[in-house]
Ligand binder design. Structure first.
Ligand code: ADP
Ligand code: NA
Length: 354
C-alpha cells in the first residue's frame, strides 16, 4: 500500500479569506499532527487567470509571501512538514505535460470551475485555465499523495485526479510491473499493482463550503468584487465586526433544530462558520442559539471571529515583515520537495520510455 501522505495548496491570488482558512488551511493544521504533509503555494495556478487578476510579477511575489505567512501564522510546522511554492519544483510542470496527454478532452470539458472562471468569453480564456486540473493532478501525484484536504469546490478536480491516476496505471500496467514499480492496491476484490494512488479528498465539516456574506447562493471567493462578501484573513477587528453585522440574512430567529436551516442559506452559512470556529458542529451552535434573533447571534459571531482571527492576522504581519525569513522557508521546502518529486518523475520517465 501507499505511504499515507497529505498534499494541498492555495493560490497566491490575494484576498485570502475565511473560506480558505476554515475550508482548507485550518484543517491542514489538524492533519499535520499524525501525517506527513506537503503544503504548497500554487503560484503557477495563479497565472491561469488574466494578468489583470494575478497582478504581474511584483504582486505574485507579494501574494506568495502572504499566503506562506498565513500558513505559518495558522500553525503549519514548516520544519516537520514541507512548505514551498510550486514554481520551485519544475517536476510539477513536467508531470502536468504528461497528464495533458493522459486526460481526455471530454473529462476536462466537464469541469464546472472552468465554466465559472472563463465566463462567457471562453475564446479568450487561457489554455492553462482549461488544463489547470491536470497541473493540480500533477501537484498531488508528483508526491503520490494519498489524501488532499480541500473545500467542496475542489471535489470535481479530485475526481479527475483519480481518473488520471487510474488511466495511467492501466495504460502502463505491464511496464509498471516489468520495472517493479507497482504498489499493491485493492481494486474491488482484486489486488493490482499501481504506480499512482487513487487519492482521497478530505472534505467535510461545517465549513466545507463557506458562502458569500452578501449572497447565500455564491461561495465566498477571492475574486468577488464586493469586499463585504468575504472576511479577509488580514481584516482588522472593526472590519470583521462590520462585515458580520452587514451580512445578509432573513428576518426570522434562528431555528430550534438544524433541519430548520435547510431552506435558509444565509442563516445556515453563519451557523456553519460559528461551528467551524469553535471546532464543533451546527447542532451545538443551535443548542446555544436556537430561537435567538440575529441581533443576538451576529455580535456573538463577530466576537468569536475576532477572537480566533486577530491573533492569526497579527502573526501574519509579524512574519511578513521579515521577507527574508519567508523566502528561506520556501527555498528550504522547495529543495526538500524537489528530491521527492524527482524520485517520482524518474520512475515516470522510465515507465513512459523517456
Ligand atoms: P479561491 O477558490 O478562493 O480562489 P483557492 O482556489 O486557492 O482559493 O482555494 C484554496 C483552498 O480553499 C481550496 O482547498 C478550496 O477548496 C478552499 N476554498 C476556497 N473557497 C472556499 C470556500 N468558500 N469555502 C470553503 N473552502 C474554500
Ligand atoms: Na478554489
Amino acid at each position: 500500500t501507499f505511504e499515507p501522505l497529505v498534499f494541498s495548496g492555495v493560490q497566491p491570488t490575494g484576498n485570502l479569506h475565511l473560506g480558505n482558512y476554515l475550508g482548507a488551511i485550518r484543517r491542514w493544521v489538524a492533519l499535520q499532527e499524525s501525517n506527513n504533509c506537503i503544503y504548497c503555494v500554487v503560484d503557477q495556478h495563479a497565472i491561469t487567470q488574466a494578468l489583470s487578476v494575478w497582478g504581474g510579477p511584483a504582486e505574485l511575489m507579494r501574494n506568495t509571501r502572504e499566503v506562506t505567512a498565513a500558513f505559518l501564522a495558522s500553525g503549519i510546522d514548516a520544519k516537520k512538514h514541507i512548505v514551498f511554492n510550486q514554481s520551485r519544483v519544475h517536476q510539477h510542470a513536467e508531470l502536468a505535460w504528461i497528464f495533458n496527454c493522459v486526460a481526455r478532452m471530454g473529462w476536462l470539458n466537464r469541469m464546472t470551475q472552468f465554466k465559472d472562471k472563463a465566463g462567457k468569453d471562453r475564446e479568450n480564456a487561457s489554455v492553462g485555465l482549461f488544463t489547470y486540473p491536470n497541473l493540480m493532478a500533477a501537484d498531488i501525484l508528483a508526491y503520490r499523495a494519498t489524501h488532499v484536504p480541500v473545500g467542496e469546490d475542489q471535489k470535481q478536480h479530485l475526481e479527475l485526479t483519480r481518473d488520471i491516476a487510474q488511466k495511467f496505471n492501466t495504460d502502463f500496467s505491464d511496464r509498471i510491473a516489468e520495472l517493479g514499480l507497482g504498489v499493491e492496491t485493492q481494486s474491488g476484490d482484486e489486488t493490482i499493482a499501481s504506480f499512482f494512488p487513487l487519492t482521497e479528498p478530505v472534505i467535510g465539516g461545517p465549513a466545507a463550503r463557506v458562502m458569500s456574506l452578501r449572497d447565500g447562493t455564491k461561495k465566498m471567493s477571492k475574486s468577488d468584487p464586493s469586499d463585504l462578501s468575504r472576511i479577509n484573513l488580514i481584516d482588522d477587528a472593526d472590519t470583521i465586526s462590520k462585515k458580520i453585522r452587514k451580512a445578509k440574512t432573513d428576518s426570522e430567529p434562528l431555528p430550534s433544530d438544524v433541519e430548520g436551516l435547510k431552506e435558509r442559506p444565509e442563516a445556515d452559512n453563519l451557523v456553519g462558520i460559528y461551528a467551524a470556529l469553535i471546532d464543533s458542529d451546527k447542532e451545538s451552535v443551535i443548542r446555544d442559539f436556537g430561537g435567538q434573533q440575529f441581533s443576538v447571534f451576529k455580535p456573538a459571531l463577530a466576537d468569536l471571529a475576532v477572537e480566533k482571527l486577530s491573533p492569526i492576522a497579527a502573526e501574519m504581519r509579524r512574519i511578513s515583515a521579515d521577507s527574508g525569513f519567508v523566502d528561506s522557508i520556501l527555498k528550504d521546502g522547495g529543495e526538500r520537495a524537489s528530491v521527492l518529486a524527482e524520485k517520482t518523475l524518474r520512475n515516470v520517465r522510465d515507465i513512459m520510455g523517456f
